[in-house]
Design a protein around this ligand. Structure first.
Ligand code: DP6
Length: 325
């Protein structure tokens, strides 16, 4: 009853911000690209879980540090319902490692909880489809539902646990898009997205953003399938600005973008007006993902200067024979 899995992080093109329940049921559908770093940093999580009748309590480690409180609760939120479904009472030991700065807005939790859900269902012998596994990844972190799949992914909002799941829209090579991440900061953020989701409802712009995001999902999905990069980039950029408007007008306001973030946004807009096709999107942190066609990656890097990570659409997440313990 031991299994390991590897999953990659994802960048939301249509954002999830705000939820309607403890089960991380979002307020709208969202779409993302599961991403894999092209250099030393792969932006992946590797997780091993072992259920044994010899263990007397559940223990979980992230990058060798023992998880406690809310962090451990989130692991249990994924494992407990799967353990119950399998009808197994054994305690577990879990270890997870990742190769990117934690809590810097690069979605390390998405990769971690996706790997956890895949490894747990496999260790317990549950034969679940990827779409079904995504429901359990969601219980750890909403955006993790999308990281269960590779390529481009659509998370259906749904109304309850059974109907809120992620499905693959197309594979990693079906739509030619890469991103260059401009690393503004690797400092841990001060407000977690966990508490930010609750604040979304206090913004007067929230309902407009939810409505627009539902429209964006339909348009973006079509643009991906039509290989229309320009439309994908413009919609992703607009959707990002709407989400940050909600964050910045919630009570209290949340400012994830800083001065360096704005400088990069302007650089991207200027480069675009010169003819370099690129668009930005920003999650809950100051770093900027600059979306571009693969052939323009080098030029985008040159334009951005500073510390960057190149990413391409990742392949499917899945189990591995390589165990961490
Ligand atoms: C801004 O998935 O990190 O990245 O469900 O509390 O773990 P929890 O939140 P999380 O929120 C992601 C917010 C976002 C947008 C997105 O990825 O869709």
């Amino acid at each position: 009853m031991k299994s390991s899995a590897i999953a990659h992080s994802n960048i939301a093109l249509i954002k999830y911000w705000g939820r309607s329940s403890e089960l991380n049921i979002p307020m709208n559908d969202s779409i993302s690209m599961t991403k894999q770093g092209l250099g030393d940093i792969e932006l992946k999580a590797h997780t091993t879980i072992f259920f044994s009748k010899d263990y007397v309590k559940d223990v979980a480690f992230l990058n060798k540090k023992s998880l406690v409180d809310r962090n451990k609760e989130r692991v249990l939120a994924v494992v407990n319902p799967l353990r119950e479904m399998a009808g197994i009472n054994h305690k577990f030991m879990m270890a997870s490692t990742n190769d990117f700065p934690t809590q810097s807005g690069l979605a390390s939790s998405a990769a971690g909880f996706a790997a956890l859900a895949i490894a747990t269902s496999d260790a317990l012998g549950l034969k679940l489809s990827k779409d079904d596994v995504s429901k359990y990844a969601r219980l750890g972190s909403g955006s993790a539902a999308r990281s269960v799949h590779g390529g481009f992914v659509h998370w259906h909002q749904g109304v309850d646990h059974e109907t809120s799941y992620a499905e693959q829209l197309c594979g990693p090579t079906d739509f030619q898009m890469n991103a260059v991440i401009a690393l503004v900061s690797d400092e841990p953020k001060t407000t977690t997205s966990d508490s930010g989701h609750t604040l979304a409802a206090t913004s007067p712009l929230n309902n407009a953003q939810i409505k627009k995001s539902q429209e964006h999902v339909v348009e973006l999905k079509k643009a991906i399938l039509d290989d229309d990069f320009k439309t994908v980039g413009s919609i992703a950029e607009e959707n990002c600005k709407l989400m940050h408007a909600v964050m910045e007008t919630s009570k209290p306001p949340l400012y994830y973008r800083n001065q360096d973030t704005f400088k990069i946004m302007k650089k991207v807009e200027k480069a675009r007006s010169r003819g370099l096709e690129c668009y930005y999107t920003i999650d809950a942190g100051p770093n900027v993902h600059v979306l571009t066609r693969p052939e323009n990656v080098e030029e985008v890097e040159k334009m951005l200067k500073g510390k960057t990570i190149r990413v391409k659409p990742a392949g499917d997440s899945g189990t591995t024979e390589e165990h961490l313990f």
